[in-house]
Design a binder for this molecule. Structure first.
Ligand code: AMP
Ligand code: MN
Ligand code: MN
Ligand code: MN
Length: 287
């Protein structure tokens, strides 16, 4: 049973349509997939419809990835099994989209001051109605030759403290947990090792996530070593979190794939232990 609970479509900064994504998931042997676009649930309806029309053997988990603020860091909280029609939740996500738009305007102003003009219209065109992300800025800056790779754009312009970086004003982490749970979902701390914080801060983050009544932590990302998985699980157990797994797939690359390398050790309590899915998954994952 392959389960992947973190992925993106072109409704945020992925490149595949929801239909293309679910077809790829089946092709890669994934049995259950959460689509977790940045601050939007816009891709879920199309994915659901394609699965049903084409009778794909794939269980879709309604998801989202919310950008949040915690102690001046940007922390991503994934919501799983949220109700994508919950009016209050949709309003809350709309407020995040508004912050994304305002941030994009400010980013473009800052880049213009550094002699990179007219970025906003190009980014809006690239996004084509999707959630506006730094990835769209990065693609544009690579397209116009300002950097040689996406990674270099972040290093040069868009990473924390760089000229195109605008300090965030996202929803507070604890508030985002409440949004997700009020919409019927479970809150998962995404990719905890990606925040460039030391162990002391990571422990603080987990303690605050527990105080906010967060449900699970993504202990499995494809890049993490078995030792990192074990260490994260040990920290999770101190707080009673369950464990989630996700590729954070954005587009086909040589280093990441849907459902790939998401092995969950036997002794771990998966976030899906009480979902209908658990009857077939039995808490065990292999590739
Ligand atoms: P945002 O949520 O708009 O701040 O954009 C963050 C997104 O940028 C992340 O979800 C990643 O997809 C992407 N990203 C962040 N850092 C890098 C990097 N170094 N190289 C490529 N993409 C990145
Ligand atoms: Mn992204
Ligand atoms: Mn993320
Ligand atoms: Mn993600």
């Amino acid at each position: 049973m392959k389960i992947d609970l973190h992925s993106h479509t072109f409704c945020s900064d992925g490149v595949l349509s929801p239909t293309e994504l679910v077809i790829r998931a089946v092709d890669k042997g994934v049995d259950a997939l959460a689509i977790t676009d940045h601050d939007t649930v816009a891709g879920l309806a199309e994915a659901k419809e394609s699965i049903s029309k084409q009778q794909l053997p794939l269980q879709l988990i309604n998801g989202v990835e919310i950008s949040t603020s915690w102690q001046n860091f940007e922390i991503h909280i994934v919501g799983l099994n949220i109700d994508p029609t919950n009016a209050c939740f949709l309003q809350q996500l709309a407020s995040q989209q508004q912050r994304r738009l305002e941030r994009a305007e400010e980013m473009a102003r800052r880049l213009a001051k550094s002699n990179i003009p007219d970025v906003l219209p190009a980014v809006l065109a690239l996004a084509n109605g999707a959630a506006l992300t730094r990835t769209h800025f990065a693609r544009h800056l690579v397209n116009i030759g300002q950097a040689s790779s996406m990674n270099n754009v972040f290093k040069k312009f868009l990473g924390r403290g760089k000229i195109g970086y605008v300090p965030n004003s996202w929803v507070e982490m604890a508030q985002a947990v409440q949004w997700i749970q009020a919409a019927g979902g479970e809150a998962v701390l995404a990719h905890p090792l990606k925040y460039k914080i030391n162990t002391k801060w990571l422990k603080r983050l987990l303690a605050d996530f527990a105080a906010a009544k967060g449900d699970a932590v993504e202990i499995i990302s494809p890049q993490q070593t078995p030792q990192q998985r074990r260490d994260l699980w040990a920290l999770c157990q101190q707080h009673g979190f369950s464990a989630s797994v996700g590729s954070d797939f954005h587009q086909p690359t040589t280093w990441n794939e849907l459902g790939k390398n998401l092995y969950l050790p036997d002794d771990v309590l998966p976030v899906w232990h009480h979902w209908p899915l658990a009857q077939t998954a039995k808490g065990n994952l292999s590739n």
